[in-house]
Design a protein around this ligand. Structure first.
Ligand code: HEC
Ligand code: HEC
Ligand code: HEC
Ligand code: HEC
Ligand code: HEC
Length: 484
């Protein structure tokens, strides 16, 4: 081979390598169909635009109060989101952060108002995050036209208004067949079966890597592949109702009736409610503080209803050899945990005491700085990047190297070796399933980064990141003998 040929071939391979990136014939992107790519929202513009929630509040005060202080209402102003967004913007630029903004404030993106991180100068409509007019302007989905042919990154079509003989008018979609009075001349009403289905939520509750189209969060597909979808229990039936109603939907597959729906969108994120409560107190809004406190308690109630523990000692011959801990997902409609499974922390803490009450074995206990020990039994995922090494940021994670979550109505078993214990008499075993939103260091990093957009002291009264609260989702005790 002559030198020239070698150089040409060399350049050819270099070209192939450089141009490959995430290029794949599996996920083809139709940029014309998705003008806000990597956000997959579509916008059918009308002369009538989107309204801020306080406009709707005039005639729908109950829905407004339920939605106020919800995680949807906080989706854009969430300081943990703003912290991560700023990091994404620095690392990957606005072509990537448009993906985030699409779901965290869709109306802001399709109208072009939201074009950089930060909250300064934004209208109340954009600040309202997942607002009334985002959901009630959804006229369709593009779930099966996306690059993954699954719902992802906001595969929803928004159309806030229609042109009529009397001019442009807001048109709102909802669950009812409208009567004459619906909208009271302010808006038209359109009946929408989509609003009673998980497919409405799917576009935003399937977070895919912006180029690799890997599902970082796949709550909708976890639900769809489980028993609740088969029994017709949708997201709304657990997350848009009071706790009691959620329990009967989860236990008896009872579908709530029309008047039972509430705009709480209550899940697990008690930390965000805690922060929102501090902000409300700081600004002197005691009504909002009380409202958010109720949502905080509701989130903890949902978490504590989700799981159960079962302890079984295993003997080899007459000697105790292992403890089996079965962790059951009894009431979450999707995997447990779901969503940000590479950030959320759900783990087992185990303590074994001898007959004198002395601790003879422990596992999963947080240290004084709020960090988990290395040998802890966790239920979550580890992300990896393009190079197959550990990664955690949403623009870097293109696959999971470990994915340990519990399917709906399913379980996982964990075994602890107890053969090495020197105790011979009775033993007391205490097990706890614990949960928090993130690792302490991670929370410090994200809230630390947010300070460039949000003055944490001014808004929340925070001078430092507090120790993240931990919730016991389920506990179990067992008294056994070291010999059988
Ligand atoms: C497809 C819609 C979607 C996209 C795109 C998206 N998110 Fe989210 N994000 C969500 C949903 C839904 C949750 C709630 C999940 C949960 O609570 O576990 C969430 C939660 C978060 C949280 C946790 C907030 C908290 O208070 O704990 C952070 C941080 C976050 N997103 C940052 C980002 C960033 C940065 C991007 C862009 C790289 C992004 N998101 C893109 C839908 C989206
Ligand atoms: C995340 C999406 C979402 C957001 C945000 C949202 N809604 Fe809804 N809304 C729904 C769904 C879904 C239903 C249907 C519930 C059912 O099955 O009856 C609904 C129902 C309604 C109804 C019919 C009566 C009822 O309560 O069921 C009204 C009125 C309404 N919403 C107004 C509002 C207002 C006002 C806001 C803002 C303060 C708002 N919505 C925010 C999804 C949303
Ligand atoms: C001037 C009063 C008025 C205003 C302002 C108003 N609505 Fe309504 N809307 C009504 C009335 C009346 C109904 C009839 C049903 C009911 O009372 O819930 C209705 C019904 C609805 C429904 C149910 C439609 C159906 O077919 O299921 C939705 C969704 C809705 N409104 C959303 C909104 C949103 C979003 C806003 C703010 C952009 C808004 N409304 C502002 C008066 C109003
Ligand atoms: C336009 C996008 C969008 C739509 C549509 C949407 N969500 Fe969300 N949802 C989000 C985002 C973004 C968050 C997280 C915000 C944050 O943590 O900062 C979220 C958070 C939540 C949470 C709180 C999770 C927690 O950790 O506490 C629940 C519950 C939820 N959504 C349920 C629903 C249901 C039910 C529907 C359908 C009726 C729905 N969502 C539709 C974007 C959306
Ligand atoms: C049978 C009831 C049930 C159904 C159906 C259900 N969920 Fe949940 N969901 C729960 C419970 C309980 C929790 C709290 C435990 C947990 O975090 O999984 C939860 C938690 C969540 C969280 C917060 C996760 C976290 O750790 O931050 C989100 C987001 C969520 N659900 C979204 C959805 C969406 C979207 C759907 C529909 C595709 C849905 N849920 C269907 C019961 C349900």
């Amino acid at each position: 081979m002559n030198a020239l040929k070698r150089v040409v071939i060399g350049f050819f391979w270099l070209f192939c390598f450089v141009s490959s990136g995430f290029a794949s014939d599996v996920f083809t992107v139709d940029h014309e169909a998705f003008p806000y790519y990597p956000s997959l929202f579509n916008y059918q513009a009308s002369e009538t635009g989107f309204y801020a929630p306080d406009v709707c509040a005039g005639c729908h005060p109950q829905q407004f109060e339920e939605w106020s202080g919800s995680v949807h209402a906080l989706a854009l102003v969430d300081p943990i989101y703003q912290g991560e967004l700023l990091l994404a913007y620095k690392k990957a630029g606005h072509d990537v952060t448009r993906q985030c903004e699409g779901c965290h404030s869709a109306a802001g993106v399709v109208t072009g108002e939201l074009s950089k991180p930060g909250l300064e100068g934004l209208s109340p409509m954009t600040l309202a995050g997942v607002s009334c007019d985002v959901c009630h302007s959804v006229v369709g989905t593009t779930h099966w036209q996306t690059p993954s042919h699954e719902p992802e990154n906001g595969s929803l079509v928004l159309r806030p208004g229609v042109e009529t003989a009397d001019g442009s008018m807001p048109a709102k979609r909802g669950p009812f067949a409208p009567d004459e009075a619906c909208g009271m001349g302010f808006h038209q009403c359109e009946e929408s079966p989509l609003h009673k289905q998980a497919d409405l939520c799917a576009g935003c509750h399937q977070v895919y890597h912006y180029e690799a189209h890997f599902p970082l969060e796949a709550t909708y597909l976890e639900w769809k592949h489980g028993p609740y979808a088969q029994k017709g229990i949708h997201c709304q039936d657990c997350h848009m109702v009071e706790t009691e109603t959620f329990l009967s939907a989860a236990d008896d597959f009872r579908k709530p009736v029309s008047g039972e729906y509430r705009h709480y969108f209550n899940g697990a994120n008690y930390l965000l409610y805690f922060l929102a409560g501090e902000a409300a107190k700081k600004s002197g809004d005691t009504d909002l503080a009380a409202n958010v406190q109720k949502k905080y308690e509701m989130a903890i109630a949902r978490l504590q209803a989700a799981a159960q523990l079962e302890l079984t000692p295993l003997y080899r011959g007459s000697a105790l050899s292992e403890l089996k801990v079965r962790v059951k997902n009894v009431r979450a409609g999707h995997n447990l945990p779901t969503s940000l499974t590479n950030v959320r922390e759900m783990w087992l803490e185990l303590e074994v005491y001898d007959s004198q009450g002395a601790l003879v074995l422990s596992s999963g206990t947080l240290d004084a700085d709020g960090h988990l020990p290395k040998d802890v039994r966790r239920f979550n995922s580890d992300g990896m990047g393009d190079d197959f090494h550990f990664a955690i940021d949403p623009w870097a994670v293109t696959a999971f190297s470990r994915h340990e979550t519990i399917p709906p109505k399913g379980y996982k078993d964990v075994y602890y070796g107890l053969g090495g214990l020197s105790a011979t008499g009775p033993l007391r075993i205490e097990a706890r399933l614990r949960y928090r939103q993130a690792d302490q260091k991670m929370a410090e990093k994200l809230l630390g980064s947010a300070t460039k957009n949000i003055d944490l002291e001014k808004v929340y009264g925070l001078t430092e990141v507090p120790m993240l609260p931990v919730i016991d989702m389920a506990t179990a005790q067992l008294d056994i003998d070291a010999r059988n």
